[in-house]
Design a protein around this ligand. Structure first.
Ligand code: FNR
Length: 342
């Protein structure tokens, strides 16, 4: 059943990203400066995330593994990561923790890219033992703990017990030998969640906002009668989730993810204080529709286009973009007013 679910997710994710969604990045507007006084060659897209130096600010976010046919996808994603310098997160490793025959579908990423940056991935309500085994399985540089409560609740067979998760995250964070990233999967986050995670010592958060892959929609497609579909727009957009993070950015490194469409969305994320960018279904779509070589070429092109936009803004380094002037309009502006965010 879990294997079939993973295959459904891969197929439905590509449709979900094409469905009509609220595109919060279109409500952010850079103010054009006619005299930036810099050259493109001065630009550098290296970033530091939780103490790790990343040659690309882009991360292939957690997607797959855990069904035999996903080994090839993880292999191809690892080739893309290796050639572009992107960090790569594997999908939830629970399947392999329960059935060791499936380990190969995850460990392939380390075999293909022995020196790359790789993130392990388990649910935030996992045990310390499972977290340690997941890290070991891919010799991970960091561990992602995912939060996906709305997804579980739309699934008739999903989890219904969420008490004690804060303590579990804290416990894992204390016991594992690598940094922990707490991530959402497309429902976004808010300052109250950041406050809680800060309180248990979490230093890296992936906001996983609404606007891209939509797991409420995906699970409704799988659900007989699709009778919980009024919940499909639950959650905060990626832009709102980043705006909510402003007060916490000195202590926590934020990753912008969820519906990132192009380098302009990436640069807007940096302007809102993100340290790195996570992309899941956009990389999967590139791989499925164009193959490995063209996907690598497109991502290398994104790196160059990020530099071109940085030049227009007169900001040669990613961390300088946080001072770039943005005007916020529409629903995002109304959200800021309601939440008293300047
Ligand atoms: C995901 N995502 C995900 N996240 C996670 O933490 N563990 C997982 O196992 C999975 N599985 C998964 C499968 C597929 C097919 C997709 C497309 C996505 C969520 C993913 O990492 C990301 O948070 C969301 O997809 C939002 O980003 P995009 O797709 O809008 O860029």
């Amino acid at each position: 059943m879990r294997e079939q679910r993973k295959l459904d997710h891969l197929n439905l994710a590509l449709q979900s990203n094409k469905s009509e969604r609220y595109l919060s990045f279109d409500e952010l507007h850079f103010i054009h400066r006619s005299l930036p006084e810099m050259d493109v060659q001065e630009c550098n897209v290296n970033v530091n995330l939780g103490g790790l130096n990343l040659t690309s600010p882009l991360i292939i976010n957690a997607m797959t593994g855990g069904a035999f046919s996903t080994e090839q996808i993880n292999h191809d994603l690892a080739v893309i990561a290796k050639e572009t310098g992107m960090a790569l997160a594997v999908g939830s490793q629970k399947a392999a923790l329960r059935n060791h025959k499936l380990i190969r579908t995850y460990e392939v990423v380390r075999k293909v890219n022995p020196k790359g940056i790789i993130f392990a991935n388990v649910s935030a309500d996992s045990t310390v033992e499972d977290a340690l085994e997941a890290i070991e399985m891919v010799q991970a540089d960091m561990l992602q703990l995912h939060l996906n409560i709305p997804q579980e609740l739309v699934m008739p067979e999903g989890d219904r017990h969420f008490k004690g998760m804060i303590e579990k995250i804290h416990h894992i964070k204390e016991k594992v030998p690598v940094s922990v990233i707490v991530k959402e999967v497309g429902f976004g986050m808010c300052k109250e969640t950041y406050e809680t995670l800060k309180g248990i010592g979490i230093h890296i958060i992936d906001v996983g906002g609404k606007g891209g892959t939509n797991f409420a929609w995906i699970e409704n497609q799988r659900r007989e009668g699709k009778d919980f579909d009024f919940i499909n727009e639950w959650g905060q957009s990626t832009v709102v989730s980043l705006i909510e993070s402003a007060k916490y950015q000195t202590e926590i490194d934020f990753i912008s993810s969820g519906g990132i469409r192009n380098p302009l969305d990436m640069v807007k994320s940096f302007a809102l204080g993100a340290k790195a960018i996570g992309l899941a279904s956009p990389v999967l779509s590139l791989l499925k529709e164009q193959g490995v070589e063209k996907a690598i070429h497109r991502i290398q092109n994104w790196h160059e286009q990020i530099k071109l936009i940085m030049t227009m803004l007169g900001k040669p380094r990613v961390e300088k973009l946080v001072n770039a002037s943005l005007v916020v309009t529409g629903t995002t502006k109304e959200w800021c007013e309601c939440r008293n965010i300047e």
